[in-house]
Design a protein around this ligand. Structure first.
Ligand SMILES: NC(=O)c1ccc[n+]([C@@H]2O[C@H](COP(=O)([O-])OP(=O)(O)OC[C@H]3O[C@@H](n4cnc5c(N)ncnc54)[C@H](OP(=O)(O)O)[C@@H]3O)[C@@H](O)[C@H]2O)c1
Length: 319
């Protein structure tokens, strides 16, 4: 356990609010969903495995069964390695949820062996960045009608290790490195959150704030691909070496929760956090030219076409 670990001390309630958390059947996403549920929110658990999401929902409900004013947990299928699945999930939310007050882009994969998403993107860039980009863009017209709202994107300190290759983000013409690809996808998270804040300001949209963060080093299932991508036994060896420095998932969720609910950062936007305080990302994470290029590239890759999420009309609920 680290000597210092930031905590969200806010007692803010979320009664009447709706929060979406991607990848919340385990790890820090599950702890984030639990916290929002305790605060009274309706939490949409956007997960790829309905079975695992159901287990997490049961766990959360049991853990809170003697509390009052808890919220509601709703499971929706969302496989971030498929843009079709992301579109279907976004559509289901738009059809059924009158408001979206908090969106947490949490799900992630780390250091996978070389692979592609259903749409042919490098698996980490596609899952960690492009899918969350599309989800956020599709939901933005509803979020614009739900202010004050916060969009929180979970990145990693790993974003500082390498850069982003905007000519070949999907490793079509260069040799693949699992660590470099993870770092690139997490840098994309930082640049996305920053550029989203800029674009909201440019469109004079008030009341939607963006946050990006490093959650710490946490004992979760994130290292599940290490044996395949490094060497057999890597998961156990690295886990053992890092154990004294690792946070529990509950502590690992604190910076996400802080960014999503705390009054102290309510007026901040476009910044990067660690242990519940604003921190500087890497120099690459402050590169606005790259942020704009990544934005335009992402618009093309996910096929947004003429859809402008900053001006598009809210499609309304399905009657
Ligand atoms: N743990 C750390 O030390 C650490 C450090 C820095 C940053 N982070 C970031 O924190 C976030 C949460 O990670 P974690 O540590 O909680 O890891 P985790 O325990 O492995 O949880 C990851 C979550 O993402 C989901 N996910 C993976 N691929 C998905 C897909 N294609 N579609 C939908 N959901 C998918 C997983 O679902 P399944 O269970 O179905 O696979 C799971 O719910 C990630 O963005 C990660 O990069 C973690």
């Amino acid at each position: 356990m680290p000597f210092f670990s930031g905590r969200c001390l806010s007692g803010a309630k979320l009664i009447g609010k709706t929060a979406i958390v991607t990848g919340c059947n385990t790890g820090i996403g599950k702890e984030t969903a639990l916290d929002f549920y305790k605060r009274g929110a309706k939490v949409i658990m956007a997960c790829r495995s309905l079975e695992r999401a159901e287990e997490a929902k049961t766990y959360i409900e049991k853990a809170c069964n003697n509390l009052s004013d808890t919220g509601k947990l709703v499971i929706m299928k969302c496989d971030l390695s498929s843009l079709k699945s992301v579109r279907e999930c976004a559509q289901e939310i738009l059809d059924t949820e009158p408001q979206i007050n908090i969106l947490v882009n949490n799900a992630g994969v780390m250091m996978c062996p070389k692979g592609e998403t259903e749409d042919g993107f490098e698996i980490q860039f596609g899952t960690n960045h492009l899918a969350h980009f599309l989800l956020t863009m599709m939901l933005l017209p509803r979020i614009r009608n739900s202010t004050p709202a916060r969009i929180v994107t979970v990145s990693s300190k790993a974003h500082t290790r390498y850069g982003i290759n905007l000519e070949d983000p999907n490793y079509k013409n260069r040799s693949y490195s699992p660590a470099e690809a993870y770092s690139q996808s997490k840098l994309a998270n930082v640049l996305f959150s920053r550029e989203l804040a800029t674009k909201l300001k440019e469109h004079n949209i008030d009341g939607i704030h963006t946050y990006c963060l490093h959650p710490g080093v946490i004992k979760t299932e994130l290292g599940r691909h290490l044996n395949e991508s490094l060497f057999w036994g890597a998961q156990v060896i690295i886990g053992t070496v890092l154990r004294p420095f690792m946070k529990t998932p509950e502590l690992g969720a604190q910076t996400t929760i802080y960014c999503a609910v705390d009054e102290k950062c309510a007026d901040e936007t476009g910044l990067y956090y660690s242990d519940c305080v604003v921190t500087k990302p890497s120099k690459s994470g402050l590169n606005d030219e790259h942020a704009k290029k990544l934005w335009d590239l992402s618009v093309d890759l996910v096929g947004l076409g003429d859809f402008n999420p900053f001006t598009a009309q809210d499609p309304g609920l399905k009657k």
